[in-house]
Design a protein around this ligand. Structure first.
Ligand SMILES: CC(C)(COP(=O)(O)OP(=O)(O)OC[C@H]1O[C@@H](n2cnc3c(N)ncnc32)[C@H](O)[C@@H]1OP(=O)(O)O)[C@@H](O)C(=O)NCCC(=O)NCCS
Length: 154
């Protein structure tokens, strides 16, 4: 049976692994092992205080106490916007990862449902995420829409 629980500070290495594997599966051109290792070292240092302090939160799904999936959440400072005209914050979903052998069984859907419920519980009315190609169908099916965001390395 698959059981969900909240992330704890003890999940530091697990979240780092999920993030790295998510990018490895993403199809991005800039996902060399060297880049991912460098990112993971920096990410761990960034994550540790935020996970301990609760500004990074989320869920793990386990089978027999072994994590098989996870999702990260943040509430980010954002100016009021037509999508959230009275709120100066947005929910942000990241590091969504399901172990390959557990995919296509509804685990990703369950993670997103947990995330949406938790963000609503914390008073957030609008949330964003960046989707990998693999994630897009899932998010579309759950009512998420593409936005006009553009990006450039400076
Ligand atoms: C993207 C990802 C999180 C999806 O997780 P998942 O657990 O496979 O998601 P779900 O099972 O809920 O949904 C996937 C598909 O399975 C279908 N599905 C859901 N429950 C099902 C069930 N019980 N039986 C069969 N199929 C099912 C869904 O309808 C969906 O179908 P679709 O692709 O045709 O829309 C997962 O593939 C993953 O971790 N990929 C690598 C990392 C990544 O890209 N993460 C996303 C970052 S944005």
């Amino acid at each position: 049976m698959l059981i969900e629980r909240s992330l704890t500070p003890a999940d530091l290495d697990l979240i780092c692994r999920h993030r790295k594997e998510m990018f490895r599966a993403s199809g991005r051109p800039d996902r060399s092992e060297q880049t991912l290792n460098t990112m993971t070292t920096s990410f761990l240092a960034w994550l540790e205080p935020r996970l301990a302090g609760g500004s990074y939160f989320g869920f793990v799904i386990e089978e027999d106490f072994i994590p098989i999936a996870g999702i990260g959440l943040m509430i980010i400072d954002w100016p009021p916007h037509p999508s959230h005209p009275t709120q100066d914050k947005r929910g942000y979903i990241l590091n969504v990862f399901v172990e390959a052998t557990y995919r296509n069984r509804g685990v990703g859907t369950r993670l997103i449902a947990l995330a949406e419920t938790e963000l609503k519980k914390r008073g957030v009315s609008f949330a964003v995420l960046h989707a990998t190609a693999m994630g897009q169908r899932l998010y579309n099916a759950l009512g998420w829409k593409a936005t006009a965001e553009m990006a450039k390395s400076l």
